[in-house]
Design a protein around this ligand. Structure first.
Ligand code: JFZ
Length: 416
């Protein structure tokens, strides 16, 4: 078997996204500055206030582990431009706040120590940098403010800044497993970012690190990773956002594309205490299974508060997912979609000659193992206790209402 640099990522299947920065203080999400048209000077009041007392990346990493997640990605700089790391290119960084800490340094150390893969998110947009265009930029907080209409920007200066910071992140924090750039839009994409140069630097400094597809794409669009011949800046995986692919993602040649769906537990990335619209743990488990049944990953987000605490509802959801993963993780890690039509009662995932049947909507009566000939089945077992089942219906046992249950199948791995 040829080993690929994406192997660990595809085996992992489940990761933690962390959106954390100054925006945790107003608690209205990481787009607050843009939504409320807050100018950079006014927003700096949060910089003066920022002083997290409960920041404990070991606890974050422990929670991710408990949830069965295998990697973490933290926002080193989001669109607001505030840096959680010590950058020589700016004063707008956490080491200059009351906290006086390089949070990225402590984070990468804690994540590695926990045995998890470590990823860094870096925003291409920057609403604080003086050379990032304001007026008429579709997302900038000052996009409609006439006062900025005649401003001149030294774009190359911004690019040097941005490239310089990426270089720092790739040089000062040891081996990174993943870099998550965010995002391209309108004509702000590809070479506008000097993306080829940027990517060459990343590949040189962090040859093993995976890079997402957003130097060209932006959540709903994927750039050339979806072409048969991806460009040099296409990245290593597609990053659909808050939108589940309808099937396994393939490029125009029909070859599978590595992908990772990013989503939130409530409706927000950054800390928003008023957002009570929480997804249930059961729902999230189903979505994780769905990703794997389509040969993709799920990166699930938490938004710590200004003190650094992950909201208790999010902790609770992750713990419940973790309890399920403890019993059923085998049907997730290293698995991919089965080349079988989706069964009515749930989803299939597969690892070599084992087919995992995730029963999400129990039928009345026996469970039809659709797509598989009876003669091919070697044994049917309940995943969490290994007990044998004569047929799939027996494995279910009595039930009150639909639950997620799992049956494994041993056969030659070829169900067609
Ligand atoms: C981006 C960020 O803007 C957001 O704050 C969060 O970090 C998320 C993970 O990534 O969200 C996007 C990016 C692109 C689009 C929409 C949301 N888009 O192109 O429609």
């Amino acid at each position: 078997m040829n080993s690929k640099k994406t192997d660990w990522f595809c085996d992992a299947r489940f990761g933690m996204f962390i959106h954390w920065g100054l925006y945790a203080i107003p608690g209205q999400g990481e787009w607050y500055m843009s939504f409320d048209r807050v100018n950079a000077k006014d927003y700096e009041k949060y910089f003066n206030e920022f002083n997290p007392q409960e920041f404990d990346p070991r606890q974050w990493a422990q929670l991710a582990k408990e949830a069965g997640m295998k990697y973490i990605v933290l926002t080193a700089k989001h669109h607001d431009g505030f840096c959680l790391f010590d950058s020589k290119y700016t004063d707008y960084k956490s080491t200059n706040t009351k906290a006086g800490k390089d949070f990225i340094k402590e984070y990468v150390e804690a994540v590695r120590e926990a045995g998890l893969k470590v990823g860094i998110y870096y925003s291409l947009l920057d609403w604080h940098h003086p050379d990032y265009p304001k007026y008429n930029d579709m997302f900038h907080p000052m996009r409609e403010n006439e006062a900025y209409k005649e401003d001149k920007y030294d774009w190359d200066n911004y690019l040097n800044y941005m490239h310089g910071q990426v270089e720092e992140l790739c040089s000062n924090y040891g081996k990174l497993d993943l870099l998550w750039f965010d995002f391209s839009y309108g004509d702000m994409k590809g070479e506008k970012w000097k993306a080829t140069e940027l990517m060459e630097m990343v590949r040189r400094l962090q040859p093993e690190a995976l890079v997402n597809d957003r130097l060209e794409g932006g959540g709903s669009s994927h750039g050339s990773i979806m072409e048969g011949t991806p460009s040099k800046i296409a990245g290593d995986f597609a990053s659909p956002e808050q939108c589940m692919p309808t099937s396994e993602l393939c490029n125009k040649k029909g070859e599978p594309v590595v992908w990772e769906l990013c989503t939130t537990i409530n409706d927000s990335w950054g800390y928003v205490p008023s957002d009570r619209n929480y997804k249930s743990a059961e729902f999230l488990i189903h979505k994780l299974v769905e990703c794997v049944s389509k040969s993709g990953n799920l990166i699930l987000n938490v938004g710590p508060d200004a003190q650094g605490r992950i909201p208790k509802e999010q902790v609770e959801a992750l713990r419940q997912i973790g309890a399920w993963m403890k019993m059923n993780g085998e049907s997730i890690y290293g698995c991919e979609g089965a080349k079988l039509p989706r069964p009515e009662w749930g989803r299939y995932t597969q690892k070599e000659n084992i087919l995992y049947a995730h029963i999400m909507e129990a039928p009345i009566g026996p469970i039809p193992i659709t797509g598989v000939a009876k003669e091919q089945i070697e044994s049917i077992r309940v995943l969490w206790d290994g007990s044998e089942a004569k047929d799939a219906s027996l494995a279910l046992g009595p039930r009150k209402h639909p639950e997620t249950k799992f049956i494994t199948f041993g056969n030659n791995g070829n169900f067609t």
